[in-house]
Design a protein around this ligand. Structure first.
Ligand code: SAH
Length: 279
């Protein structure tokens, strides 16, 4: 049987960006991040997939001397508890993101988003997702995003952002290039009872053309957000709202530049991460 491993990776500041990129690629189900007093950052991952662990070890070792890693085995009887401890509820704006076993914890006025933590990214624990949910909540509060409007969620992962839109009574489309994410997002749409308002398809920003949307959300990474700019812009209705996330502070100018036709964006920050909001 595969071991349940907790891997701690500590990197100095210059490597945070690269390691985050690696984790986005390989550890989509999430990780914990903690700034240390030394100025370094600790990333903690729980994983029971030996191939994934092997790949991760090799990639981390290639980062050089600024990165160190340590592993410990978590006994079977503690594994479910460690996994469950990690997936605590996350409060973002009007939304409370919860795993299924805590589904009844939302309080009056909170919109519960139930996410089964599987392999697709998007449990609400990462700043980039939380920034999108908060931006969405604000747009709804300002009346810029309203029931009946249409949304497009590019890189839907677990489906979290599309589900949040559907809970606000919008309807639309979530797409992902990863078939595992497409399956997870469909499953989560059903768990949340919003499958009639959230359609999930394999694909990217050009999927479902020529429909244009009142709201487009994309939490990918800076590189893809720049490359996809023409496609994403083509899907946005004139005067529609756009939320882009997955970029570090230092990457925000370059991404905003690719969307300059929309004028200046509002920036919202969480740690080193920033989301760009138009609308
Ligand atoms: N929307 C979720 C997941 C973000 S992770 C959230 O906010 O938490 C980014 C997702 O984008 C991953 O599932 C990845 O497979 C997908 N992705 C990466 N590049 C893409 C592209 N070019 N087009 C569509 N999806 C992409």
């Amino acid at each position: 049987m595969a071991d349940n491993i907790r891997m701690d990776i500590t990197v100095d500041e210059s490597l945070v960006d690269r390691l985050t990129g690696l984790l986005f690629q390989h550890v989509r189900f999430g990780w914990e991040e903690q700034s240390l007093a030394t100025g370094e950052t600790l990333f903690r991952i729980h994983c029971d997939n030996p191939e994934l662990l092997a790949r991760l070890r090799a990639e981390v070792d290639m980062l050089g001397s600024g990165a160190t890693r340590a592993e410990s085995a978590v006994p079977d009887q503690d594994w479910t508890a460690a996994w469950r401890d990690f997936f605590t509820p996350v409060h973002c704006g009007r939304f409370l993101v919860l795993p299924p076993w805590l589904a009844d914890q939302a309080k009056a006025g909170q919109l519960p988003v139930i996410i089964e933590p599987k392999s697709a990214f998007g449990t609400g624990h990462h700043n980039t997702t939380a920034l999108c949910l908060e931006a969405l909540s604000d747009l709804a509060q300002q009346g810029k995003v309203r029931p009946g409007m249409r949304f497009f969620d590019v890189g839907t992962g677990s489906g979290i952002l599309g589900i949040a839109c559907a809970l606000l009574e919008l309807s639309g489309l979530g797409v992902d290039i990863d078939p595992v994410a497409v399956a997870n997002a469909k499953e989560n749409a059903v768990i949340n009872g919003v499958e009639a308002r959230l359609r999930v398809d394999a694909g990217s920003a050009a999927e479902g053309a020529p429909e244009t949307y009142d709201l487009v959300l994309a939490n990918i990474l800076a590189g893809p957000l720049r490359e996809l700019a023409p496609d994403i812009l083509a899907r946005l209705k004139p005067g529609g709202a756009l939320v882009l996330s997955g970029l570090l502070d230092v990457q925000a100018d370059a991404v905003e530049e690719a969307y300059a036709v929309l004028g200046p964006a509002r920036r919202v920050h969480s740690g080193d991460w920033v989301a760009l909001v138009w609308g």
